[in-house]
Ligand binder design. Structure first.
Ligand code: PLP
Length: 379
């Protein structure tokens, strides 16, 4: 089955009771048993809920994976994955990582004796150099946030296999429409469903997709034992969002290209970060592992002054200034004070994240209107 058909049909089935074509919101905490232990596979909604089950099956299908696990947020999904580790274990991760992931790693799990190495992963020799006999997890985010570096998933998988470590890909920016990391050798794919997957900026949720049965069992254990599970209403919203994922992503990519090209030609713009450009340092890898280049773009204005970036952000009419990304509406952000403020200034500078960088999540409006907004804001 092709991607668009799967987005609409995979994992879901009409309600056996009524024939309702849309998955009902099973707003229930518990399920009646005929006799102790004699039930229909549902005992308590932290453990299983039919709306969540259908979403998890849909998610697995889109990534050509076997098992999906849904969580109350992307962070709860990441938290569940890190719980697979023991004190003394080591993790290698990208150095321009999502700020919340960086905070969870350094402010929560470092205190539990887990060691994190942050390296520029688009250079795989830097990853290899950070491997020790205690490396248990390699954490890839690609394209990275907000610098849009692209990491070679197949190459990272080779390093992980040699090290005996598990490879995780945070696929939030790409979605399975653009890349399917399990097919490139990843052990786990992780999502903030809040972004492109749900796609309408109306819910916060996360997910993990895996192939391996034992890994699935271990993650399900933590999902239930720690309890970071989503409610059925949110699962319904994500299921609804997934049905248009392919159509939305196609438009995000088309608009992304138009906006990136406009910015690149603008006399006041110093640099545009977008993996679709031939001269992007990782363009070749992007073209190999991604089906298109997405709608996330960052840019720096000439002069590299924070005040100019702030003035531009204040002038936007359509690109609303807000955290988050991946919704149908265009958003703008200032990573240094917003999404990446939890990363120390020195770390940010080391990763090449300038204080004047503007990040755009290009929505699915008409590109002409978006470009007009950029023209009036940049001046
Ligand atoms: C938003 C985001 C997360 C965290 O997800 P939440 O749903 O906000 O908890 C993780 N990784 C990336 C790349 C994100 O953009």
């Amino acid at each position: 089955m092709k991607f668009g058909t799967k987005a609409i049909h995979a994992g879901v089935h009409p309600d056996p009771e009524t024939g309702a074509i849309m998955t009902p919101i099973y707003q229930t905490s518990t399920y009646v048993q005929r006799s102790p232990g004699d039930h229909k596979g549902f005992e308590y909604s932290r453990t299983h809920n039919p709306t969540r089950s259908q979403l998890q099956d849909a998610l697995a299908a889109l990534d050509n994976g076997k098992h999906g696990l849904a969580f109350a947020s992307g962070m709860a999904a990441i938290d569940c994955i890190v719980k697979l580790l023991q004190p003394g274990d080591e993790v290698i991760s990208t150095n321009d990582l999502y700020g919340g992931s960086y905070r969870l790693f350094t402010k929560v799990y470092a205190a539990y004796g887990i060691k994190f190495h942050f390296v520029p992963m688009h250079d795989m020799t830097a990853v290899e150099a950070a491997v020790t006999e205690r490396t248990k997890l390699i954490w890839v985010e690609t394209p990275t946030n907000p610098l849009l570096n692209v990491i070679d998933i197949a190459a990272a998988s080779a390093v992980a296999k040699k090290a005996g470590a598990l490879l995780v890909v945070d696929n939030t920016f790409s979605t399975p429409y653009l890349q399917t990391p399990l097919e490139l050798g990843a052990d786990m794919v992780m999502y903030s469903l809040t972004k492109y997957m749900a796609g309408h900026s109306d819910t916060v949720m996360g997910a993990v997709v895996v192939n391996d049965d034992e890994l699935h069992q271990r993650l399900s254990f933590y999902q239930n034992a720690c309890g970071g599970t989503p409610g059925p209403q949110d699962c319904f919203l994500v299921l609804r969002g997934l049905k248009t994922l392919h159509v939305r992503m196609q438009r995000h990519c088309e608009n992304g290209r138009k906006v990136a090209e406009y910015l690149k030609a603008h006399p006041k713009v110093e640099k545009v970060f977008w993996p679709g450009f031939q001269d992007h340092p990782n363009h070749e890898v992007a073209a190999r592992q991604m089906r298109d280049f997405g709608g996330m773009i960052s840019f720096v204005l000439k002069g590299d002054r924070k005040e100019d970036a702030v003035a531009t952000l204040e002038k936007f009419q359509l690109f609303s200034l807000a955290e988050s990304l991946g919704g149908v509406e265009s958003l703008s952000g200032h990573p240094a004070t917003m999404t990446h403020a939890s990363i120390p200034a020195e770390e940010r500078r080391k990763a090449g994240l300038s204080d004047s960088l503007i990040r755009l999540s290009v929505g699915i409006e008409d590109a002409e209107d978006l470009i007009e907004d950029l023209a009036q804001a940049i001046g």
